[in-house]
Design a protein around this ligand. Structure first.
Ligand code: SF4
Length: 563
């Protein structure tokens, strides 16, 4: 369907995630773009993505070599989007683009900037248009620069994005990530914006090339879409019905990740414990957890997010009896009021929710449980809110993502009467936040004196340089900042054993004498990747283009078997 000028809307697409939002991340390697030399490990650079023609050679017969175009993917939203951004980066690299340098990424000075959007929170839309407004100026100063918008807001707003921001070159949806390189090329050729949105899943994202940000931990999608109808959530509208991958495909991807050095995987889905609904196996998620946990070489298995309505004891059994499945559970509560849960169309009630937590803790007393809570759903009374406070007090969450309800056009709750005044929502939000801060601190203080194993991360601690500590995640996913004895610095991907000496609501500190390093395959892989990168820079890739950083190889997508 043609929607005006050269803006075209294709068939529709799908998929989103709804449970932890609001983060802004940048997917970019820190490698310098290769000026005039093809980067090792990248595929043959297509002429179509080269824009910068170098100065003509003094030798008339020497071919003119163009630099590959650089890219930057900015991610707004949840883990599903973070993983989708890895696919976008993989496709762009396969098409010949190279990651913007760290400096160019910070300056938003890439030749192609892709914004992978979120539609779940109202401020996600404000963030997108704020980003686009800023980029309009950058684009004026960079001839040939292209801007692409993908993700859930693209799926929702479609041509509205180019109407509101006519300097955008490409809009693509959640169901057709694969069209990104082609649309960029077509927009350049036609000198007109390209909009393609599909209404149902065209390509399972896991089949696409992937450039993984981390060598030691990876996301693995087990399903996309959601069959539930929570009234505040736009996910089913944008991501469609649940589509499950076959267990064999998931295991093959986990095995490939492990072979590349990863020791941790996180299984991703809108509603992971309904996994199997598409092929009629209600016990499929528990079986999958056991199978993934048994992959040789895997050390840590996590998953997000489950749904309390369908969370069954076989999953708790699988978690408790599979040593590699971590003692951590993110279980979205949303409200503690049964009346509001009904209005949200969430089919569990608070007592069922608390019963799940009891049974999890019975089998895994050390489990850290986290949650999502919405404050100020339409019609929420003070009594309803007090119920939420009661359930939060009883649940003893390690931490909670708390949100003020914001009406989202396209959701059933948007049209509900009794939308609450902002001041009321704000006041309740602050009370809930204060309660959860107290509980988080109390629960974290119980960790002081415990010896924990931490997977060393590459970039998690913002103050690490100032505090001379490194950072990683304990088995229960708590953030731990730890001191490093002189000369014993571990590598990202290694595991360290430390004693917790101090607690804060959102992190632990381990400055004690206990310090053991277990060097892992993941640490080896991180080191190997770093040295390849250093070699690249030694051969002319670094030249003043910013700080070296991670740049994983592009892994080809896994084929889908016939269903
Ligand atoms: Fe949205 Fe509810 Fe599905 Fe979660 S379970 S993605 S909140 S509809």
């Amino acid at each position: 369907m043609t929607l005006g000028g050269n803006v075209r809307e294709g068939e529709p697409i799908s998929a989103i995630n709804g449970c932890s939002y609001g983060h802004e991340m940048v997917t970019s390697g820190a490698r310098c773009p290769v000026r005039g030399v093809r980067a090792p490990g990248t595929r043959v650079v297509l002429l179509s993505v080269m824009s910068t023609i170098l100065a003509p050679s003094t030798t008339p017969t020497e071919p003119v070599v163009a630099a590959p175009r650089t890219y930057l993917v900015k991610t707004l939203g949840c883990q599903m989007n973070v993983h989708d951004s890895e696919h976008m980066a993989g496709m762009l690299e396969q098409a010949g683009y190279v990651p913007a340098s760290a400096q160019d990424a910070a300056d938003e000075a890439a030749d192609v900037i892709v914004i992978n959007t979120c539609a779940v929170r109202e401020n996600a839309s404000a963030k997108l248009y704020g980003n686009l407004g800023r980029l309009a100026g950058t684009k004026r100063e960079r001839p040939g620069m292209q801007i692409a918008v993908g993700g859930c807001l693209a799926q929702k707003d479609r041509t509205g994005i180019v109407e509101r921001a006519p300097w955008v070159d490409v809009v693509f949806g959640t169901h057709n990530l694969d069209v990104l390189p082609v649309l960029l090329e077509r927009a350049r050729h036609n000198e007109a914006a390209q909009v393609e949105i599909a209404e149902s899943l065209q390509v399972f994202p896991s089949t696409l090339p992937t450039r993984r940000e981390s060598v030691y931990a990876g996301w693995v999608s087990i399903s996309v879409g959601c069959n539930n109808t929570c009234t505040f959530c736009i996910v089913p509208h944008l991501r469609g019905k649940e589509r499950d991958r076959r267990p064999g495909e998931i295991l093959a991807e986990v095995e490939a990740l492990v072979a590349a050095g990863a020791v941790e995987v996180t299984l991703l889905g809108q509603n992971v414990n309904s996994y199997g609904v598409e092929f009629g196996d209600r016990g499929a998620f528990a079986k999958l957890l056991r199978a993934v946990g048994a992959v040789p070489g895997i050390e840590r298995v996590r998953f997000t997010s489950p749904h309390p309505a369908a969370f069954t004891d076989d999953v708790i059994d699988a978690m408790a009896s599979t040593p590699t499945v971590m003692p951590q559970l993110h279980m979205p509560l949303q409200s503690g009021s049964d009346r509001i849960l009904r209005a949200m169309r969430r089919s569990y009630r608070s007592e069922k929710f608390l019963g799940i937590l009891d049974r999890v803790r019975e089998r895994m007393p050390e489990a850290a449980i986290t949650t999502d809570i919405i404050v100020g759903f339409p019609g929420e009374t003070e009594e309803d809110f007090v119920e939420t406070l009661r359930v939060v007090e009883a649940s003893r969450f390690a931490s909670a993502f708390t949100f003020q309800y914001s009406p989202r056009p396209g959701t059933p709750a948007f049209d509900l009467p009794d939308q609450l005044p902002k001041a009321v929502v704000q006041e309740r939000y602050e009370r809930l936040h204060a309660l959860q801060q107290r509980i988080s601190l109390e629960e974290n203080r119980k960790q002081v004196g415990r010896v924990v194993e931490v997977l060393v991360a590459e970039t998690e601690g913002r103050k690490d340089d100032a505090t001379a500590r490194l950072t990683g995640r304990a088995a229960d996913n708590r953030l731990v900042h730890f001191a490093v004895p002189a000369g014993r610095t571990p590598r990202p991907g290694d595991l360290v054993t430390v004693e917790v000496t101090h607690a804060a609501p959102h992190h632990l500190v381990a400055d004690g004498a206990t310090f053991e390093v277990r060097r892992t395959r993941a640490g080896d892989a991180w080191e190997a990747r770093s040295s390849v990168q250093a070699d690249d820079e030694g051969h002319g890739h670094g030249g003043g283009c910013g700080t070296p950083g991670p740049a994983g190889p592009v892994v080809l997508g896994l084929p889908t078997t016939r269903r």
